[in-house]
Ligand binder design. Structure first.
Ligand SMILES: NC(=O)c1ccc[n+]([C@@H]2O[C@H](COP(=O)([O-])OP(=O)(O)OC[C@H]3O[C@@H](n4cnc5c(N)ncnc54)[C@H](OP(=O)(O)O)[C@@H]3O)[C@@H](O)[C@H]2O)c1
Length: 170
């Protein structure tokens, strides 16, 4: 199973919060996210980000396979609830998917990264500055990646540039 971590980053290299009136998502980045979701046919999302999607009211995802990672919630109508990254990937594999899209948030992304479960990263860089808050972090005691290769870069308009990396595993 190929895993793609998708995350919007700020111009100063932090995680873009993408929520609320003070940190609204950029339309260009949102469109890119929907394109990646369509291409993968699924996404894996942390419980907190999923709740923010639900709070938005609309469901722009159609019949995409959505997997919510949580230890605190047992079942959510219309989506698959799992308690570990491995369970999420096994579920999508059993459904015939060959790519899994890791939609965030930071906690979910870092969980997959730190377990060596990320093959590619797609990062729209948005023209905003973010302060302290969320980051994409590796546990340096367990550094298990090498050979980061830039596969592609593209302007998405509105000052947003998308970087696409392959991540080699040790
Ligand atoms: N920049 C971007 O591209 C982007 C993308 C998505 C979201 N966001 C932003 O990120 C923020 C939310 O991120 P967040 O880090 O607070 O939350 P999150 O990653 O969306 O969700 C965290 C929750 O996921 C569950 N989880 C994480 N790792 C787990 C594991 N190994 N096993 C079982 N469950 C696990 C836990 O749920 P339980 O507590 O229920 O156990 C945890 O509390 C929001 O501001 C959102 O707008 C940004």
């Amino acid at each position: 199973m190929r895993t793609i971590l998708w995350a919007t980053l700020s111009a100063n290299g932090n995680y873009a919060r993408n929520a609320g009136p003070e940190h609204p998502p950029r339309q260009e980045a949102l469109s890119d996210f929907l394109d990646q979701v369509k291409a993968a046919g699924n996404f894996i999302v942390g419980r907190r980000t999923f709740e923010s999607f639900q709070a938005g009211g609309e469901n722009p995802f159609g019949d995409i396979d959505i997997v919510v990672l949580t230890k605190s919630v047992k079942g959510i109508p219309g989506v698959k609830v799992v308690a570990s990254p491995q369970e999420a990937l096994a579920h999508l594999q059993a459904k015939g998917h060959t790519t899994a899209l890791l939609a965030g948030g930071a906690d979910l992304h870092n969980t997959f990264l730190q377990q060596g479960l990320v093959d590619e990263m797609i990062c729209p860089i948005t023209p905003v500055l973010e302060g302290k808050g969320y980051n994409i972090l590796l546990n340096q005691d367990h550094y298990q990646y090498k050979d980061i290769q830039l596969l592609d870069f593209k302007s998405l308009g509105g000052g947003v540039v998308r970087l696409h990396y392959a991540i080699g595993h040790e």
